[in-house]
Design a protein around this ligand. Structure first.
Ligand code: HPA
Length: 233
């Protein structure tokens, strides 16, 4: 077991899906996997491994924000030899044409986090998605006639910002959406030679102030899960 994950070596598959919410991980395991084993309950951050067809795959919650996600991603790649990590989560739209329920595939992610400046001695690192995963997810989304957008997003350390207009500058530079994890996921995957992609559903819009209904939230997660499962290497 690692410091924060109670699994034995070999209990976690080389490919893992990473929802923020651990109960989503359980939903995913119950609905999409067979031969499921729960490998983690430490801090309630549920993790499961099972099969999808002939492929072994794991799913585990990350919690919200870059610090918690980073703890889990570090341990998954360093101690459990995970090589493909796909975040499945939600985001807030920063562009007027984005509708609640649309899919976003981030090519890259800007941030207000200082963690990469700290890592790179004050300079800026541009974290990027794995291109094959991105292309595969884009094609899988189009095959399912989902509305999908590809571009830059913004990973924030804050959900509640003092300035209600903070997002407008980022929107003016074409940033599609905001969430709180992708910069850290892409950076850590690059550091460890792993492959990473975020697959996001728009759950709210900072432009229109609309929010997803319970029904859209319900539909969004299985679609992201299906897309992720279709591109497991
Ligand atoms: N801000 C930050 N993270 C988010 C949002 C948001 O509006 N929506 C979903 N994740």
């Amino acid at each position: 077991m690692s410091i924060h994950i109670g699994a034995e070596k070999g209990q976690i598959a080389p490919t893992i899906l990473l929802p923020g919410d651990p109960l989503r991980a359980r939903f995913f395991a119950e609905h999409f996997l067979s031969d499921v084993v729960c490998f983690n309950e430490v801090r309630g951050m549920l993790g499961f491994t099972g099969r999808h067809g002939n492929k072994r795959v794991s799913v585990m919650g990350t919690g919200m924000g870059m610090p918690t996600l980073s703890i889990y991603v570090n341990e998954l790649v360093r101690e459990y030899d995970v090589t493909t990590l796909m975040r499945v989560g939600t985001c807030g739209a920063l562009q007027p044409e984005l509708e609640i329920g649309d899919l976003i595939l981030p090519m890259t992610s800007s941030t207000n986090s200082q963690v990469n400046r700290h890592r790179f001695g004050g300079l800026d690192y541009a974290p990027a998605a794995d291109f094959e995963l991105l292309l595969g997810a884009y094609e899988a989304a189009r095959e399912r006639e989902a509305t999908v957008h590809v571009g830059g997003i913004y990973s924030s350390d804050t959900f509640y910002d003092d300035d209600p207009e903070w997002w407008k500058k980022w929107a003016a530079y074409g940033t599609l959406a905001c969430e709180m994890e992708t910069t850290a996921l892409y950076t850590l995957a690059a550091k460890h030679g792993a492959r990473a992609l975020s697959i996001l559903t728009v759950s709210d819009s900072l432009v229109t102030r609309k929010e997803a209904s319970a029904e859209v939230r319900e539909r969004g997660f299985p679609l992201m899960a299906e897309i992720a499962l279709s591109i497991i290497p």
